[in-house]
Design a protein around this ligand. Structure first.
Ligand code: SF4
Length: 427
């Protein structure tokens, strides 16, 4: 989401006649687009800001801006704590950046952290900064109103709002015309996308269908889904269209119904399992990945074992795994104690990581002998003689280069694997 937002900021800056540089020393303005989801993310921003102090001493006119969730969360407190910062801009105030730059250019601190009920940056054509010219993100909705107890996002990114479908479709069509072959539809809660006007409406499955119908050579992915919004209609739409990728990221967070309730996740262990069964029924070849938080308030050994047994049962192909990190002002910070000892959190995280490594290896081993259509992304990091790409299941496959090039689709038979990579040859 932050990469996508940075591309929107780059576009707004381009319209204000600022050009980008990859050399920090050359820059007159440095923006840091920040995340508040974990304390660790914020600590890294603080460290980067302290590194900018010496740069600013050498170049007094340099302007430093903090954008995104950390700006929204800390507001003017950040200006007091970090003297190097000149501009604070929350996620809904990027259109205001040229004005904030003018104010800061005159030597004043500039801040806009007003959250909007309808800003989606729908009309802004993002500058594809971090792109490989094959894959791009399209932000289709912003904000979240789920208020999971541990999460800061509803406070930093505001109310949920969906972008006008025509603007999404036009962006996808332009990307395809310009050679892009894979788009990822983005939103904090992407599958609750719903757009309504006086005489029309569109939900997420219908939007996916329209985008996938642009061209069968355009792959469509999406992130991140909430289990409560993963409808049968969506699964049937994915099953119907081969270019919607067979890969669903479905954060579970915990395998214990008691903890899920405390987390305010709005589903139980059983209803999550029912959704996994639905995925397997409609799209048997689909890979499933997840997010897991261990050590949430009052998590017992039994709750932890519930998470491990759910992982074994679901056979996740991949997982992002974290220790619980209490975030200020969230429901959990106000209502619950962060009462699982740090060493227990670490031990539980180790258990979860070890189990996931085993599951990922088993999943990759089960692909040996299968043939997948791979979209080539470029050279393998390990050898110039090999190319690297992804299959529909979002697994990385490397294979001999021959005469193929980035952007080609090639059928690759898997011959062997590591826990993270499939290795094969074209057939
Ligand atoms: S669904 Fe929950 S975890 Fe995801 S952004 Fe919304 S509040 Fe945060």
């Amino acid at each position: 989401m932050n990469i996508s937002d940075s591309e929107i900021v780059a576009s707004i800056m381009k319209d204000a006649y600022l050009t980008q540089t990859t050399d920090m020393k050359e820059a007159d303005v440095i923006f840091m687009n920040t995340c508040s989801i974990r304390e660790h993310a914020e600590q890294r921003v603080r460290k980067r800001l302290s590194e900018l102090r010496s740069l600013k001493k050498k170049k007094p006119g340099l302007l430093v801006g903090v954008l995104g969730c950390m700006a929204e969360r800390l507001k003017d407190q950040l200006l007091l704590e970090e003297k190097v910062v000149d501009i604070i801009a929350g996620p809904d105030s990027y259109r205001d950046l040229p004005k904030l730059l003018d104010i800061a250019g005159e030597g004043q601190k500039a801040i806009n952290v007003i959250l909007s009920a309808d800003e989606t940056y729908a009309d802004i054509n993002p500058v594809r900064t971090g792109s490989n010219c094959l894959s791009a993100f399209i932000s289709i909705m912003r904000g979240c109103e789920n208020f999971c107890a541990y999460c800061v996002v509803p406070y930093t990114r505001g109310k949920e709002r969906s972008r006008v479908p025509e603007t999404i479709l036009n962006e996808a069509k332009n990307l395809f015309k310009n050679g892009y072959r894979e788009i990822t539809l983005l939103g904090q809660n992407v599958n609750s996308y719903k757009w309504k006007s006086d005489n029309a409406e569109m939900d997420f499955p219908d939007l996916m269908k329209s985008i996938a119908s642009i061209d069968s050579r355009l792959r469509v992915r999406f992130a991140t889904s909430h289990p409560k919004d993963l409808s049968d209609k969506l699964l049937m739409t994915i099953a119907e269209l081969p270019n919607i990728c067979r890969s669903i990221h479905l954060p579970v967070q915990s395998g214990s119904t008691k903890i899920l309730k405390l987390m305010n996740r709005k589903y139980s262990r059983e209803s999550y399992m029912e959704r996994i069964e639905a995925i397997r029924k409609y799209i048997p070849e689909c890979s499933i990945s997840t997010d897991i938080i261990c050590g949430f308030s009052s998590e017992t050994d039994e709750d932890h074992n519930d998470t491990l047994s759910l992982m074994e049962w679901a056979k996740f192909d991949y997982a992002f795994m974290f220790k619980y990190s209490e975030r200020p002002d969230t429901l959990a910070a106000k209502k619950y104690k962060d009462n699982v000892a740090e060493e227990i959190k670490s031990q539980r995280l180790n258990d979860i990581i070890a189990l996931q490594q085993k599951l990922s290896l088993e999943s990759n081993k089960s692909d040996i002998g299968k043939t997948f259509e791979v979209l080539i992304e470029g050279e393998s990091h390990k050898s110039k003689d090999f190319l690297s790409g992804r299959n529909s299941q979002n697994k990385v496959i490397i294979f001999p280069r021959k005469n193929f090039k980035a952007g080609d689709y090639v059928d690759v038979k898997v011959l062997r694997c590591t826990p993270a990579t499939l290795i094969g040859e074209d057939v």
